[in-house]
Design a protein around this ligand. Structure first.
Ligand SMILES: Nc1ncnc2c1ncn2[C@@H]1O[C@H](COP(=O)(O)OP(=O)(O)OP(=O)(O)O)[C@@H](O)[C@H]1O
Length: 339
């Protein structure tokens, strides 16, 4: 069995995150595919050639599959085996991951190159692309959950989050032509949180209905800690726990806009008294035509529609490469040292 640079050269006792295993224990192939979105925000920081060379140095045999759009991923990933490295923003990682979900024998290697990088940050994967690749020497593999949605508009899968209320309304109104500004988006969310007038709904968490109907100014189901323009709504979310974080704000008890903006800036959104935080496997949300977002995409509301939006955690849908040295989501406490 040949493995890509399995043994770390400097760390005699690699410590892998809890729930993860060394990549060298599961990979029996040095095969690798590189997807590189040349349109993503940070793509000028390196080139596919540089990344291919860096992967070679780790012991992989990478093949770069050029893609002009998401549609090209069907062909590029059809026969992919081994490790699929995806360089791009959250949108690119999402697009590729949707093709890999539920597939055996494939591991996702994230090379964050966007603005928000919510997926990479949740896993402790950040930095310049070549540094990220270097940190994959002696890496571990851990499960990465996805969210699966069955709704009146159809089926959806998300990596980061889905939800309705203020953030979905902001995304539905957000005009990308005005420029992609995290600050503008956060300010818009603050305003929407204090002004949005939601319809009361009765939520069900893991088959247990909530006692009352509640008007939620914000209802977000998160897999990663942050979504959108780095909105850290679920500050302790764990992408490998088989659960989704349910973050909600009852509109009748909401704080003022500044309280939310300040909490986001302080990174303790869940500590606000008006923010309720729970974890569940299955969440059922009554649908009355309200707008939803699924990661960065919007499912526009449909007047007069009724039904249920069922959101379920798809535990371990993907296997993801994580550096052993960096802390990872849910793995701040590391497991026993690997022999
Ligand atoms: N493999 C791909 N090749 C080319 N284009 C892609 C690919 N995957 C996604 N895209 C498209 O590229 C666009 C930008 O992607 P992405 O969101 O990853 O980058 P970004 O906008 O720089 O990131 P961020 O949102 O973090 O700033 C998206 O509209 C997406 O549809």
């Amino acid at each position: 069995m040949t493995v890509p640079d399995a043994a770390p050269e400097v760390a005699p006792e690699p410590r892998v995150p809890r729930g993860a295993v060394l990549a060298s224990d599961v990979l029996d192939s040095t095969e690798a595919t590189l997807i590189y979105n040349t349109k993503a925000g940070g793509s000028e920081r390196s080139s596919p050639d540089h990344l291919v060379e860096a992967l070679h140095q780790l012991g992989y045999r990478p093949v770069y599959r050029a893609t002009d759009s998401e549609d090209d991923l069907v062909q590029a990933l059809r026969d992919a085996e081994g490790t699929v490295f995806v360089a791009g923003g959250d949108g690119t990682i999402r697009a590729a991951t949707l093709h890999l979900a539920g597939r055996d024998g494939v591991i996702l290697g994230i090379i964050p190159m966007g603005t928000a990088n919510n997926i990479g940050r949740t896993l402790g994967i950040q930095g310049e692309p070549l540094d990220v690749i270097a940190a994959y020497r002696g890496a571990a593999v851990q499960p990465f959950d996805l969210g699966r949605i069955t709704a009146p508009w159809g089926e959806d899968v998300f990596l980061e989050a889905c939800g309705c209320g203020a953030f979905a309304e902001v995304l539905a109104e957000y005009n990308p032509d005005d420029g992609k500004s995290p600050l503008r988006a956060v300010q818009a969310l603050g305003t929407a949180l204090s002004a949005f007038d939601p319809t009361p709904i009765q939520l069900t968490l893991d088959t247990v209905p909530e006692p009352d109907e509640t008007p939620y100014a914000l209802l977000e189901i998160l897999n990663t800690r942050a979504t959108g323009p780095r909105l850290r709504l679920a500050t302790t979310a764990d992408t490998s726990d088989g659960l989704l974080d349910v973050i909600r704000i009852d509109a009748s008890h909401r704080d003022g806009m500044l309280a939310y903006l300040a909490a986001l800036a302080r990174d303790d959104f869940e500590a606000l008294p008006s923010v309720q935080s729970d974890r569940a496997q299955v969440i059922e949300i009554p649908y009355h035509g309200q707008a939803f977002h699924v990661d960065g995409e919007v499912r526009q509301g449909e007047q007069g529609a009724v039904g249920t939006v069922r959101v379920e955690c798809w535990a371990g849908a993907v296997q993801v490469l994580v550096p052993v040295a960096a802390p990872t989501a849910g793995a701040q406490e590391v497991g026993e040292p690997t022999p």
